[in-house]
Design a protein around this ligand. Structure first.
Ligand SMILES: Cc1ncc(COP(=O)(O)O)c(C=O)c1O
Length: 499
């Protein structure tokens, strides 16, 4: 372009996303922090959940914004349409699925991480060293091998996917990464109990193994994998010409919190030359509490250990972790090359590790910061006490249930999950299922408490999974009373409806 044509070229004022008025934005930021801290300090005063009104839902179906809106207005929309309509997992009476509560300091750590906007894929930058530090702490927390490699990931689902990917590649007797599963001379099979979480099946499907290759082994009366049937199934598969390559242990099943006999599974894995993977998303962190640690004996023998930090550690979403004992196998499974990401020794692209070569993501957020800050803020002993507190609360709730003839425990309480139901001799099993579902819906819709549900041996269970640092014993007293009161109300309504 000649100088003349450059001069002729229309020059627009150059733009940025930064505000014109930093002072006004800073004032808004202060108010947001105050509002959010206030939101957390008053959480108990609000309903545990409330449905979204139709007019609010309608406001989520709007044209793409073309012109700028006032920031104040955008924030008011957030306060009006988003803030009140959440799933409820910061509330003291939220015990559904397995959802962490988060912490106020975690909120601030998230803000700091967003400010830095770090991409923690690699590089000579502090965030990489923070993640390495956090991974080392995770190993220490769980008594896992110091030489293991690891990665912070989005959660349990991804952690299990990474673990099983390494297991598959390490134990197949051919180069899966290069040749693909079409080169398998024998079908690969793996084993886990019927209580194994569905994310592992999803991982098996994504890894091209087919859900059929995941043998679902029955459980005993305590919902732990039946070791005899496991051994028999492995032997039968070998006879049929299949290639068993991995056994999955559950450190806390999603339904009942059952912990498989991990030491026995480690023995099976050694004898059968299998990879031993543990899904500890729900319960691995119980190892922090001295009284609970013995339940997890054998966990340290796993070849790969998946667990969550956004559940029992209360780290704000998302944060999970995978640890792999054989760092070389881990790296081999996920490392690929490209001139644009070639390793160098100097400058910004130096640094001690390329995390992007240990998992699915290339670009990665600075998840490690919130874990690092929360561990420093609270100290590990506090986490251990809170985990023990939740298990004690589960036992307390179980005792309340056992003391009431109208209620029935549906599974042993080994950790932090309590499954129970209202019972009445006058009702059939299917009527009891319907009644208990109705009770649960009324607890939710009344904003009283948020347990979730499952089916155990054909019975509808009200399921309370406690990873909540805000719950108090009085919350469980109230739950029991509310379940019984709602059951009576529903029964009365149904009696009145009868002709
Ligand atoms: C036992 C178990 N495994 C895996 C998962 C999946 O974890 P995430 O939801 O963090 O992906 C869960 C989730 O509740 C779980 O309870």
């Amino acid at each position: 372009m000649s100088l003349q044509s450059m001069a002729d070229h229309e020059v627009h004022e150059e733009e940025t996303f930064d505000p014109d008025d930093w002072t006004a934005l800073t004032q808004l930021a202060h108010r947001m922090v105050e509002d959010m801290m206030n939101h957390l300090t008053t959480v108990r005063e609000r309903p545990a959940w409330q449905p979204l009104p139709d007019d609010v839902k309608a406001r989520f179906i709007q044209p793409l914004p073309l012109e700028p809106r006032n920031r104040e207005h955008v924030y008011q929309e957030f306060c009006r349409d988003i803030l009140p309509y959440l799933r409820g997992n910061t509330h003291p009476r939220f015990w559904a699925w397995v959802e962490g509560t988060g912490t106020p300091f975690g909120v601030l750590a998230e803000m700091l991480a967003a400010t830095l906007n770090s991409n923690v894929s690699f590089g000579e930058q502090a965030p990489v060293y923070v993640e390495l530090q956090v991974l080392d702490w995770c190993k220490q927390m769980l008594g896992y091998a110091a030489e293991a490699s690891g990665l912070l990931v989005s959660g349990g689902a991804e952690a299990n996917l990474v673990g099983l990917a390494v297991a598959r590649n390490a134990k197949a007797n051919f180069d899966v990464a290069h040749d693909g599963l079409r080169m398998a001379s024998q079908p690969l099979t793996l084993y886990g109990s019927t209580e194994t979480h569905s994310v592992l099946q999803k991982a098996v499907e994504l890894l091209g193994l087919g859900s059929n290759s995941l043998r679902k082994i029955p459980v005993d009366g305590d919902y732990r994998i039946d070791l005899k049937i496991l051994r028999r199934t492995i032997a039968e598969d070998r006879e049929r010409g299949e290639r068993p390559f991995c056994v999955i242990g559950n450190a806390g099943t999603v339904n009942t919190g059952a912990i498989d006999d991990l030491a026995a599974l480690a023995d099976v894995a050694r004898e059968e030359d299998l990879w031993f993977h543990i899904d500890g998303a729900l319960g691995a962190l119980a190892a922090l509490a001295p009284k609970l640690r013995p339940l997890l004996k054998g966990m340290e023998r796993a070849d790969s250990l998946a667990f969550d930090l956004h559940k029992w550690m209360s780290v704000p979403y998302e944060a999970g972790c995978i640890l792999i004992k054989n760092a070389t196998q881990h790296h081999r499974t996920f490392s690929t090359s490209g001139a644009y990401i070639a390793h160098v020794q100097r400058g910004v692209a130096g640094g001690p590790i390329w995390f992007s070569e240990y998992g699915v993501q290339l670009s990665r957020s600075f998840k490690a910061l919130k874990v690092w800050m929360m561990l420093k803020e609270q100290g590990i002993e506090k986490f251990a006490r809170l985990i023990q507190q939740n298990v004690d609360q589960a036992k307390y709730l179980a005792a309340l249930i056992e003391a009431r003839p109208e209620l029935e425990l549906l599974a042993p309480v080994s950790l932090n999950v309590v499954c129970f139901r209202f019972i009445s001799e006058a009702l059939s099993e299917s009527e009891l299922n319907e009644l208990n579902e109705e009770i649960l819906m009324r607890l939710h819709e009344g904003g009283i408490a948020i347990p979730s549900y499952t089916m155990l041996q054909g019975r509808y269970a009200i399921r309370v999974a406690i990873v909540n640092h805000r719950s108090r014993r009085a919350d469980f007293d109230r739950l029991v009373e509310e379940v019984i009161n709602h059951a009576r109300v529903v029964q009365r309504e149904r009696d009145l409806d009868k002709p």
